[in-house]
Design a protein around this ligand. Structure first.
Ligand SMILES: N[C@@H](CCC(=O)N[C@@H](CS)C(=O)NCC(=O)O)C(=O)O
Length: 205
């Protein structure tokens, strides 16, 4: 399977971590987002959104990291993408990450880290304040869900953990307000013990 990816992208990490954890081989095709390789006609033919990640498996061309996580995990029988009702609980966390928690984290990453790298000026204070408020609101939900358990779904490591943890990849660089969310911090430390998660960490920024 060809995996169009970028090593610093948290959305790509979601998929890479699952593949590495389950020992599913992917052929990594590096795409330089900063050089706008995602806007080339060849790349847009794979994903008209002009974004990584994209997976190509024979005739199957798939974009959207959460769908790709499921597709890759479906290649073997495993507990990370169980064939039980817990699957819908995983899908719920994937949707929640995209719509709420990850959205707030991505705004902080863009405003405080990417803008500088892209030479797009200073962080927008109003957007940072709004994103911090949203981040704290949803981090409280995550913290509550993790009270007394190691992992998000059925207390087993699933693709939901890698999905929800991915936007926290740059928590320090983007100064995401995680202080006070002890269960989230304990869960992040536990994920760092998982070989696939560790191996998918981006190079230091
Ligand atoms: N919802 C998409 C988002 C993908 C996404 O935002 N990719 C970023 C890298 S993390 C990208 O390729 N950005 C390039 C651009 O926006 O031009 C997914 O989960 O796959």
């Amino acid at each position: 399977m060809d995996f169009y990816t970028n090593p610093v992208s948290p959305n790509c990490r979601k998929v890479d971590a699952v593949a590495k954890q389950l020992g599913i081989p992917l052929v990594h095709k590096q795409v330089d987002v900063l050089k706008r390789e995602t806007q080339s006609p060849q790349f847009l033919a794979l994903n008209p959104n002009g974004m990584v990640p994209v997976l190509v498996d024979g005739d199957v061309v798939l974009w959207e990291s959460n769908a790709i996580q499921c597709y890759v995990a479906s290649k073997t029988d495993n507990e990370m993408w169980p064939k039980t009702h817990h699957r819908y609980d995983i899908m719920r966390w994937q949707a929640w990450e995209t719509a709420h928690f990850g959205a707030a984290a991505r705004t902080l990453f863009f405003q405080r880290v990417l803008k500088r790298l892209l030479q797009q000026g200073e962080p927008d204070r109003a957007r940072v304040e709004e994103a911090e408020a949203q981040f704290k609101r949803f981090a409280a939900v995550l913290d509550g869900a993790l009270a007394g358990r190691r992992f998000l779904v059925n207390d087993q490591l699933t693709i939901a953990d890698f999905c929800v943890a991915a936007p926290l990849t740059y928590v320090e660089q983007a100064k995401m307000p995680l202080a006070g969310f002890a269960n989230v911090q304990r869960w992040r430390a536990a994920l760092d013990e998982q070989p696939g998660w560790r191996a998918s960490a981006p190079p230091p920024m």
